[in-house]
Design a protein around this ligand. Structure first.
Ligand code: 4AD
Ligand code: MG
Length: 485
């Protein structure tokens, strides 16, 4: 009876501060069991840490059928006394006095076994993969990164602004939106000239899921000075790459009275803050992920292995200034580069104005500068309508932060705050003024220079965890043809 009153303690707390002789109750999932005639060792994990607690069971004193049900994946509740561990690998262990199986996981059916499974296989069982060390680690790091972001912006006095998911605008103008409708798709109402009659739709106009919270973010920044949004965004781009998702999370700060330089400073400070936070607060998970990546690298041919380990890369980014290079200078470097001269790039750089592909971005970061790079002042024709036009008539005050192994991780700009210039650009790009009258109003009433950017949250998690595929840093990835779970 007494034992029932002990409250459950999480394994992380026990391993951090547990003292011998304390009476404890633990709950979690079995990772492994080793059994001999007299004693059984169970490695228990409850997700609070990557480390397991070792449970020691007196076999003759344990109910036989209970013992049989303690298999990999089963959930259990155990009570007993903490003791200093005799064995190597852990400082304390739990001498079990009472154990209960809460839920069995039949060995013939449970797909996770105590061995390394491929990431491809685990993607097919994304509902169970959080129970592996790798995914537990990735999701704990992901949580810490979200926490770090909120702390960073809160301490600077930014307001966390919730921008809408449902919207009628396509902020990036790339036409990659997911439509939202309640119309009966088998019987779509049409207007007299044969177009879909959106007047009869739920919002009485054409609507989609947001691709960015920026435009709404600007409205708020032009009232309270500094805001950030952090939420899911949706893009129906049909790109099956290791860096694209159809649903991804974006952090978008927007700052009144910031020019492009101020915005680059903020982005660099934020990224370093996040990396430092991970190094300080995710030690065990990063040590595991570092080792995991080292093992993976060993499978690659020597010349394709990265020069730095995950931890070295994180330390390097936290400690070193990013390189800031104009688009024009970058194009010169790329034109003269070996892979361009030797036609090794898939897309050769011929002239100023070319859009940069990830192969070019990664060349600049990984081969040329060997550090994160911020490219700025891009040709206006490859960038969005809202970016501030520079005096040269050719470029806009845009900036992209490029990271090793990732390529573009942040995209942003100074915004065109001059109403006439903005309207002119919208006209050139065929963006109807009427649809964005609310946006144009901010330029009419008390406009100010302002800037902002968007960080792809999953790409940042890829960088911090060393995971090569973006599908493995979000719990339930959405990609073309894949919306399971
Ligand atoms: O460069 P993007 O398209 O910029 C914007 O959306 C701006 N409205 C941001 C702003 O200024 N407030 O996207 C920003 C970042 C990219 O640098 C990339 O890291 C990430 O979002 N991103 C994606 N991440 C995963 N999957 C996708 N399909 C992504 N598209 C962009
Ligand atoms: Mg971009």
């Amino acid at each position: 009876m007494m034992a029932d009153k002990i409250r459950r303690t999480k394994i992380r707390q026990i391993l951090d501060e547990g003292k011998s002789e304390t009476e404890l109750c633990v709950k979690g999932w079995v990772r492994t069991k080793r059994e001999s005639k007299n004693v059984a060792f169970v490695a228990l994990n409850d997700g609070s840490t990557i480390n397991n607690l070792q449970l020691v069971l007196d076999v003759p004193k344990t109910d036989e059928s209970t013992l049989r049900k303690i298999t990999t994946g089963a959930s259990i509740s155990a009570k007993g006394k903490l003791a200093e561990s005799q064995g190597a690998g852990q400082s304390v262990e739990l001498l079990v006095e009472n154990i209960e199986v809460l839920g069995e996981a039949h060995p013939d059916e449970y797909p996770l076994q105590p061995k390394r499974h491929s990431l491809e296989f685990l993607r097919e069982i994304a509902h169970l993969r959080p129970r592996t060390n790798t995914f537990g680690g990735v999701f704990r790091v992901r949580h810490q990164m979200a926490y770090a972001l909120h702390t960073f912006f809160h301490e600077k006095g930014f307001l966390y602004l919730h921008t809408p998911i449902l919207t009628a605008s396509d902020a990036e103008g790339a036409g990659e939106t997911f439509k939202v409708t309640t119309l009966d798709l088998n019987n779509v109402p049409k207007t007299e000239d044969g177009q879909v009659d959106y007047k009869q739709d739920f919002f009485e106009k054409e609507t989609n899921l947001t691709v960015s919270g920026q435009l709404e973010g600007e409205l708020a920044a032009l009232a309270v000075s500094e805001i950030y949004t952090f939420g899911p965004t949706f893009r129906a781009e049909n790109s099956n790459t290791t860096r694209h998702l159809a649903e991804f999370w974006m952090v978008e700060p927007e700052m009144a009275f910031y020019d492009l330089d101020d915005s680059m400073d903020l982005a660099e400070e934020m990224l370093k803050y996040m990396v430092k936070h991970a190094l300080e607060n995710c030690k065990d998970d990063l040590a595991f992920l570092n080792k995991r990546l080292q093992d993976e690298e060993k499978q690659k041919p020597q010349n394709q292995r990265s020069e730095m380990s995950l931890l070295e890369r994180l330390e390097f980014v936290a400690e070193n200034d990013f390189e800031r290079v104009s688009y024009t200078d970058a194009i010169e470097i790329l034109k003269r580069s070996k892979p361009n001269q030797k036609k090794k790039f898939q897309f050769l750089i011929e002239e100023w104005g070319a859009d940069l592909q990830s192969e070019h971005e990664r060349f600049l970061v990984e081969k040329h500068f060997k550090k994160p790079v911020i490219l700025y002042n891009y040709p206006k024709d490859i960038k969005a309508f809202y970016m501030r036009q520079n005096d040269d008539g050719k470029t806009v005050a845009a900036m992209d932060v490029l990271f090793p192994g990732i390529g573009e991780i942040v995209g942003g700009s100074q915004r065109e705050e001059r109403g006439a210039k903005l309207e002119e650009r919208m006209q050139e790009m065929d963006i109807p003024k009427e649809e964005l009258s609310w946006y144009l109003d901010t330029r009419k009433f008390g406009t100010v220079p302002h800037s902002g950017y968007g960080l792809g949250f999953e790409r940042m998690i890829q960088f911090v965890t060393g995971m090569g595929n973006i599908r493995d840093v979000i719990p339930f990835p959405r990609t073309p043809g894949n919306c399971e779970f």
